[in-house]
Design a protein around this ligand. Structure first.
Ligand code: TRP
Ligand code: ZN
Length: 879
């Protein structure tokens, strides 16, 4: 893992098929916490006519025995180094038995076989299987797995692996065994094993063809009552995939295991998904509305991988978006169908703009299908996942829903059971739809967020309306010039009464333009009155649009665009412009003025009848500082923060009565547990009102009282957290009181303590960095637990934009120290912590130098993991 020489990249163009076919593998685990013995018996058959040696990967393994066709190999008959095992003289068809020893207790990387809360679990994606045994460990080598597990009956009553349980029984010395068989050939990254003291929550699902599937969610006893929502979500996901894609589940059982120590959200291992407990466990008192939606989304995501990922998998890791982009698209659509489509779209676009656009504009920018990597774990990115999903969404728009479904059917018909590429996916879509997607494929190979410039002209004499669109794409590492993209641009034209002027099959009067050229004009006939253009509806392409509309037009669209996404987007754009304008005048030392039109239109919207409460609440939320920062040529975090607060408190003060009235009207003491879109919408509206009521500075006493009551009387976590976050910002006694109370109430619930850590890390108080530092020493904190690291450290550095970017650089130094500490413990998490420093070039000079200095300090350390090495060196490299 640790590198003494500089790690070299792997290139997509170097792909070569493996020289052997792996027919089947039998794995035998003799589980002990300190020392586990793994025996792997595999049957290999040479495929090509080359005499290539058998090359297997292995890391941190202690090799004890190799037996080839029944004969133990002696030293000299094979060669081993830190990462591989090579055997040169092998027959064309042979059985290889390899025995290795691994140390689960000492595995803090959470990759391979490790321990979490006294249970055993595995994480093999992307290249973790090689920490279990020597193996080709590449996604295009598929084999049938049989797994035998042996462990202590007392400590590990439950033993699980992929597929079906075919045998189990007692052994001597208080031990027992179980044998699991997975009938579907799979790559090693989908292997899973779990053993420990777990309870199982059971249900069943009957598929469309009448097969009964046993469903089980395995958790620790104390969490027994928190699985209901995950189970309901799973059943909904199974039904949805049948209804929308005609895809049925293929095994007789489906298991989910929740663990507390996990590097990511969850993992789609065949028939045995392993989840971060954050995405399984809920109860109304302990989980927020966002948590509920998160569980539904991730349960859906992992379940959908059974077809998009498992049945059809990736040829190599450069094709990661083949399964991830497609599966994110599927989980987004699932959540849209289960809840509110416009609300879901707004949230997904916010994630895209904040995370992916930022990535795309910095030194780590890479295509949806990267051309090279040093460490694949660094490429589980917003680009591969979220932009990848946008690329699928654009195909969906370009070919239309029916032909998209035909394309999916063809994709499965052609590639079921195979390891394929993004080209294969696009070919299926294009063949089934008859739509030429050749130019479209540039979305897979060109990095960077395209920028659109729009100009419009209405000619009253000819009744023609013209929309001119010009596209460019900024340079990204290794890609100085770009070709124009093919993209769907969904638009509407509306008149002054808000009526749609286009004849369209869509209820909101939309039509889709196809942009292919770097500059293109679209002309509309019979437009008898001056229209307002509603551009890029539903965010139909992942691009930036340069300002081309007046604030008056934006305000107008914000009040009546029939497309609900664009209604929000217009208000959001307006809010962005206004805050950035205030920021600019603060930087120049001028007295800031807030655009009257903006204030007026916001005030009007508060008086107008409210349609969807969740949507209205979203439109009242001002954009995050991290998102606003991307729009600044040079980022000044302090002025940006002060500007946003100034805008916020001005709105709060001017509309105090309105917010108060809405706040009171939306209290719902009787139904405070419902997880329906209506109840969630009501809560988010009420909590946005609370935020405005709490914005004045200094704060009125009765508002403080209101917020404290909100906290102490809350019956659900959404409300408790909303009030808690403001009280933490207030600081002093008001903060200490609730910080103590919250801790005492929830000291036994690790997931709720994550919220406690993050909310303190988010505080805008002056002393936040010191508090974060002292929380590192709190009994409930552990640097080895990724959820805790994300809650405290990543939240502070990534989301508390103002307090992290301290002019003295102490925020950066703090982060650098944590990265170096984690580098030896969990390189994946260490590398992710670098994210807030990657965009250093765009900050004001004093900060920029200090950010760079911190990156250089990290880069200069010896023994950097590949993960951290790749990110620091790419961040510092010029391009
Ligand atoms: N395939 C997982 C997903 O659903 C991602 C994942 C889970 C992962 N754990 C991981 C990736 C560990 C790398 C390392 O998206
Ligand atoms: Zn996934």
């Amino acid at each position: 893992m640790m590198q003494s020489e500089l790690p070299a990249p792997v290139y997509r163009k170097d792909y070569k098929e493996y020289d052997y076919h792996l027919e089947s593998i039998f794995l035998d685990f003799d589980l002990h916490e300190k020392l586990t013995r793994v025996t792997a018996r595999s049957r290999y058959q040479r495929t090509g006519d080359s005499a290539a040696p058998l090359l297997l990967f292995g890391e941190e393994l202690e090799l004890t025995r190799i037996v080839l066709n029944g004969r133990e190999l002696e030293e000299g008959e094979f060669s081993v180094d830190k990462t591989s095992l090579a055997i040169s003289d092998v027959p064309d068809d042979f059985i290889l038995e390899v025995e290795t020893i691994i140390y689960p207790d000492q595995n803090s990387s959470l990759e391979g076989l490790y321990r979490s809360s006294n249970n055993y679990c595995t994480q093999c994606e992307a290249e973790g299987f090689r920490k279990i045994t020597y193996h080709p460990d590449r996604p295009d080598v598929l084999a049938k797995f049989t797994t035998r597990i042996e462990s202590d009956l007392e400590r590990c009553p439950v033993m699980l692996a992929n597929g079906n349980l075919i045998e189990s029984g007692q052994l001597d010395n208080g031990r027992h065994f179980a044998v699991w068989e997975d009938p579907f050939p799979k790559p090693s990254y989908l292997f899973a094993l779990v053993a420990g003291r777990l309870v199982c929550i059971k249900d069943t699902y009957v598929t469309g063809s009448g097969r009964t599937v046993d469903l089980g969610i395995f958790v620790e006893e104390r969490n027994r009552d928190k699985c209901g929502h995950a189970m309901t979500s799973l059943i909904k996901a199974m039904r949805w995939d049948e209804e929308v894609y005609g895809l049925e589940y293929d095994l007789d059982n489906f298991m989910i295991v929740a663990v507390d120590d996990f590097n990511m959200g969850a993992m789609e291992n065949k028939g045995l998904n392993i989840f971060n407990s954050k995405y399984v466990l809920t109860s109304p008192e302990s989980a927020t509305d966002a948590d509920y939606l998160g569980v539904e989304g991730v349960v859906g995501h992992e379940y959908f991988h059974n077809w998009t990922g498992n049945r059809v998998t990736c040829r190599d890791w450069f094709q990661l978006s083949l399964k991830e982009g497609l599966t994110v698209f599927r989980d987004q659509e699932f959540s849209s169908d289960m809840n509110s489509r416009p609300v879901k779209r707004i949230e997904d676009v916010r994630i895209l703009k904040n995370g992916q656009f930022r990535e795309d504009s910095g030194p780590m920018a890479h295509p949806v299908r990267p051309d090279s990597f040093v460490e694949i774990n660094n490429f589980y990115t917003a680009t591969v996942y979220n932009k990848g999903a946008e690329v699928i969404r654009m195909i969906h728009s370009l070919v239309g829903p029916q032909r998209f479904r035909a394309g999916m059917d063809l994709y499965f018909a052609r590639h079921d059971g195979k390891a394929v590429t993004c080209d294969d996916f696009v070919a299926a879509m294009s063949d089934a739809s008859g739509v030429d997607l050749d130019q479209f494929k540039l979305w897979y190979s060109q990095a960077g967020t395209p920028v659109l410039e729009v100009e419009t002209e209405w000619n009253s004499a000819s009744s023609k309306y013209r929309v001119d669109i010009r596209q460019t794409c900024p340079k990204t590492p290794g890609q100085p010039v770009k070709k124009p993209f093919h993209m769907p641009i969904k638009i509407g034209l509306i008149n002054r009464e808000g009526r749609s002027l286009l004849s369209s099959e869509h209820a909101d009067g939309s039509m889709t333009l196809e942009l292919r050229e770097s500059s293109q004009s679209f002309v509309f006939d019979h437009i008898e009155e001056q229209p307002v253009l509603s551009f890029l509806r539903d965010f139909s392409a992942p691009v930036r649009v340069e300002k081309f509309q007046s604030r008056k037009e934006l305000a107008f669209l914000g009040s009546c665009d029939p497309n609900l996404f664009n209604r929000w987007d217009s208000i959001n754009r307006l809010g962005c412009e206004v805050i950035l304008e205030v920021t600019e005048s603060m930087i120049k030392g001028n007295t800031p003025v807030i655009d009257e039109l903006f204030l007026q239109s916001l005030a009007q919207s508060l008086e107008a009848p409210i349609g969807d409460k969740a949507l209205f609440a979203l439109s009242l939320q001002l954009p995050a500082e991290t998102t606003l920062a991307q729009e600044m040529a040079q980022v000044h975090p302090e002025q940006l923060h002060l500007a946003k607060r100034y805008v916020m408190k001005t709105i709060g003060a001017k509309n105090r009565e309105c917010f108060m009235r809405l706040y009171e009207k939306n209290s719902e003491p009787h139904q405070d547990h419902a997880i329906t879109p209506e109840a969630m919408g009501k809560r988010s509206l009420r909590n946005v009102c609370l935020a405005y009521l709490m914005s004045p500075d200094p704060l009125e006493r009765d508002m403080l009282k209101l917020c404290e009551d909100h906290y102490f009387q809350a019956r659900n976590m959404t409300d408790a957290i909303a009030a808690f976050s403001h009280l933490v910002d207030v600081g002093g006694q008001a903060a200490e009181k609730v910080i103590d109370d919250f801790y005492r109430r929830w000291s036994k619930d690790p997931l709720v303590l994550d919220k406690w850590f993050s909310l303190q890390a988010m505080s805008r108080s002056e002393g936040t960095l010191d508090r974060v530092k002292s929380l590192l020493g709190h009994a409930a904190f552990s640097i080895k637990n990724p959820n805790k690291v994300r809650a405290l450290i990543a939240t502070f550095a990534g989301l508390n934009h103002y307090r992290f970017h301290r002019p003295d650089g102490s925020g950066y130094r703090f982060l650098g120290d944590r990265i170096l500490e984690l580098n030896g413990i969990n390189p994946q998490i260490a590398a992710r912590l670098l994210q807030p420093l990657i965009g250093w070039r765009r900050y004001e000079p004093v900060l920029k130098e200090k950010m760079k200095g911190e990156l250089e300090r990290v880069a200069a350390q010896k023994e950097l993991s590949r993960d951290v090495f790749e990110i620091v060196s790419k961040s510092l490299a010029s391009y």
